[in-house]
Each structure stands twice: as structure tokens, then as C-alpha cells.
Design a protein around this ligand. Structure first.
Ligand code: FAD
Length: 374
């Protein structure tokens, strides 16, 4: 057995990379394992748009917007060359949506301006509705951000098949550590995480070479990146029927180009590369950050939990999760990593909004997976 680390993180996507970075900043000795290398999952496919959430005000909107503010400051100070603060225009989809924008306005928690259709048309954006412009938003280089965060951290290409605990250490093959973080995206079978309801949604993004002068990013029913170094990123499809990774489809990227033609002049866009991957979301769309409940222990020791009892939670020692970042991994990851690193190193309580505990009791009461015990 080689040396024991303070922490091993399984998964080198944006969740694992951000957590590794935050833990290292706190002086921890960290090892990151990924079966396919850095940003080989959903993170490598992401358009990595970093923008606020609009809506009529909700706890998820507030958390997203707090995370957005944190993320853009984090990227600007940590890896400024990889975050392009182009601003993002949020455009209504249709007339009905345009009416909703008026109701959304009081809930715009981040700096914004209203753009009239004429202002947009002057920028070459064919839009018939007044829109919001968020000047602090932008787009980042997905894979490069993960690589940058991990540049001073040991990363090994290794598939964790099993995790075991021995003499107070987590053991994964020849590697061991005091604490273990599962940041494995939609694949979540290394521990019993069923109560978190982690699910993948498949998506495609296309990178197109273009000479089009477009210095702002925009989002309507899809995202169109500003032209950065001759490349315009178009993303993303949401294909719920895809359950397991499949080869990237050029056709899906070309569909995005067709859709984008209602916003910008796509005549010189030439498809350069197609990216695809699974984004992992939780049941209630909030991230999943914190300790992992010992499910077999809870069900065996407190069988009444499936009928509504509320016993004290028992956790698996030093096992943590950072997952469920959904379609906003690059928005959530920096703040979630800070929260998790404070939980691991300083034993701080995790923000209840993201603590996976919130889902456990309901899962016990309602999940068909436990019908046999009822
Ligand atoms: C097409 C597309 C477009 C998107 N656009 C945006 C966007 O514009 N903005 C935004 O913020 N987000 C976007 N997202 C969402 C974002 O990509 C996800 O939220 C993010 O990838 C989640 O990161 P993660 O680290 O949790 O998971 P992942 O990136 O999937 O990382 C999980 C890693 O774990 C590894 N792994 C799994 N099991 C094991 C094991 N047993 N042993 C070792 N390694 C293992 C995998 O190889 C993988 O690298 C998009 C996603 C997609 C697919």
C-alpha cells in the first residue's frame, strides 16, 4: 500500500476538480482518480456558460444566483484567461415568454440591463422581444478549467471498482486516504446513494469555426457563445431517452446550428468538433453536497423509517459526495467545493439546501425500491 492521502476524490469533472482545488487550498494532500482522465465525463462536453437564473423568485433561483456571483469571481481570480466575460443576453422564446420576463424582472438578483430589440438587432441578433443582458456572465473553457484547477494536484487515470474502509482509511485499490469524496457524475454505484436520485441527461454541443463578429453570448431555448478565437459554441441538446453514453452525433450539432439561425447569421459556421456527455441532476434540481447516510444501517436499525419515523441519521465515516450539479456545473461547482471543503476540514455544517439529507426520509417513505420492506 502506498502513502495515505488526506483525501481521495473519485471523478475529475468540474465537481471533483473544484473540490480538489478547495481542499488543497486548505492544506490537504489530495489524490484525484478518474477512469478516463480529466473532464472526460459531462464536464468536457459542457458549453460552460456561466450565467444567472431568471424566474419568479425561488430558493433554487437564489442559490443559483449566489453560486453564479461566487463562480465568476472565482474564475476571474483563479483562471482569468479561461473565463470569457462576454456578457449573456437572455432572450424570451416567444410572446408568452416575453410577458413572463416582466414578472421576472424584480427577481433579477445580479447586475443586468434591459436590451431593446433595436439594440439587439444592431448587434446582428435577430430578436423580436426585449431581453435581459447580464454583463458579468460569460463562458469558460470547460476542459481547460478542470485541468487548470488540477494542475498542482496528483491525478491518476484509474477506475474505482470498489471502495472499502480499513483501519480508519478508505482503500481504493492501492490508494488510501482518510476521507473520500465521490464526484462521479451520473454513475453513482460505489455506495448506496439511491436516496439522492442521481440521474443523467444526455446532451450535445457543437463548436463551429466562424468569422462572424459576435462579442456577446446569448441564451434562448439554446445557448450561443460569443465568437472566441474564431469559435462559436452552440449548446446543448437535452436527450432524456439516452441512458448510457453513445458516440457523439454530428447530426445533433447540426440541428443546433439550424436552431441558432433564428438568432444569428449562421451562413459561415463550419462544424469543427462535436462534444457530448451526461449531466447528472438530483431529484429536486439542487446540488448534492455533504456526508453520505449509511442506508443499510438506517433501514436495518430503524425499520419504522419507511413508515415516517425520523431517527437520528448515521453517516458512513468520512465519505462525502459532490454531485447533482445538473445543467449548471460550472456555475455551482466553485461554491459547492468551498462548502464541502469546509465540511471535511473544519467540520462545518453543510448548507441545508444542498445537504443530501433532505432527500432521505422522503425516499424511505415513498420509494418503490423499498416496497418489499413495506
Ligand atoms: C452538452 C452539455 C452542455 C452543458 N452545458 C453547460 C453549461 O453551459 N454550463 C454549465 O454550467 N454546465 C453545463 N453542463 C453541465 C455540466 O457539464 C455538468 O453539471 C458537470 O459536468 C457536472 O460535473 P461533474 O464533475 O459532477 O460530473 P462529470 O463531469 O460527469 O464527472 C464525473 C467523472 O467521474 C468519473 N468517474 C465515474 N465513475 C468513476 C469510477 N468508478 N472511477 C473513476 N472515475 C469515475 C468519470 O469518468 C467522469 O470524468 C452541460 C453538460 C452537457 C452534457
Amino acid at each position: 500500500m502506498s502513502k495515505a492521502y488526506d483525501c481521495i476524490i473519485i471523478g475529475a469533472g468540474v465537481a471533483g476538480a473544484s473540490t480538489a482545488y478547495a481542499l488543497t487550498q486548505k492544506g490537504q494532500d489530495v489524490l484525484v482518480l478518474d477512469k478516463n482522465g480529466i473532464a472526460s465525463g459531462g464536464s468536457g462536453a459542457a458549453g460552460a456558460f456561466v450565467s444567472p437564473k431568471i424566474g419568479k423568485g425561488s430558493p433554487l433561483q437564489t442559490l443559483t444566483n449566489t453560486s453564479f456571483s461566487f463562480a465568476k469571481d472565482f474564475y476571474l481570480s483563479t483562471c482569468p484567461s479561461l473565463f470569457h466575460q462576454t456578457g449573456v443576453i437572455r432572450i424570451p422564446k416567444d410572446e408568452a415568454d416575453a410577458k413572463k420576463f416582466t414578472e421576472y424582472e424584480p427577481f433579477n438578483e445580479n447586475r443586468y440591463a434591459k436590451y431593446k430589440t433595436e439594440q439587439l438587432q444592431a448587434q446582428g441578433i435577430a430578436v423580436e422581444f426585449d431581453s435581459f443582458f447580464f454583463p458579468e456572465a460569460g463562458v469558460c473553457d470547460a476542459k481547460e478549467i478542470c485541468e487548470d484547477l488540477l494542475s498542482n494536484i496528483e491525478v491518476v487515470k484509474y477506475e474505482a471498482k470498489q471502495i472499502t474502509q480499513k483501519d480508519g482509511l478508505w482503500c481504493i485499490g492501492e490508494y488510501s486516504a482518510e476521507s473520500l469524496v465521490l464526484a462521479t457524475g451520473y454513475e453513482s454505484d460505489l455506495a448506496d446513494l439511491r436516496y439522492m436520485g442521481i440521474k443523467g441527461t444526455w446532451g450535445t454541443r457543437g463548436d463551429f469555426a466562424s468569422q462572424l463578429s459576435l462579442d456577446v453570448s446569448m441564451h434562448q431555448s439554446m445557448s450561443v457563445g460569443a465568437n472566441v478565437d474564431g469559435i462559436i459554441k452552440l449548446g446543448a441538446t437535452h436527450e432524456k431517452e439516452v441512458k448510457e453514453p453513445v458516440p457523439c452525433q454530428k447530426g445533433q450539432a447540426l440541428l443546433l446550428k439550424e436552431k441558432a439561425s433564428s438568432l444569428i447569421d449562421t451562413s459561415d459556421l463550419e462544424l469543427k468538433e462535436v462534444f457530448c456527455g451526461m449531466r447528472a441532476g438530483s431529484k429536486d434540481y439542487f446540488p448534492l453536497v455533504g456526508k453520505v447516510i449509511d442506508v443499510p444501517f438506517m433501514l436495518e436499525t430503524y425499520p419504522a423509517v419507511i413508515r415516517g419515523a425520523k431517527p437520528e441519521m448515521k453517516y458512513i465515516d468520512n465519505l462525502f459526495v459532490c454531485n447533482g450539479l445538473g445543467g449548471r456545473g460550472f456555475v455551482f461547482a466553485p461554491l459547492m467545493a468551498k462548502i464541502l471543503s469546509e465540511c471535511i476540514v473544519e467540520e462545518k455544517e453543510v448548507d441545508v439546501r444542498v445537504d443530501p439529507d433532505r432527500l432521505f426520509l422522503k425516499w424511505c417513505r415513498k420509494s418503490p425500491e423499498l416496497d418489499a420492506l413495506r
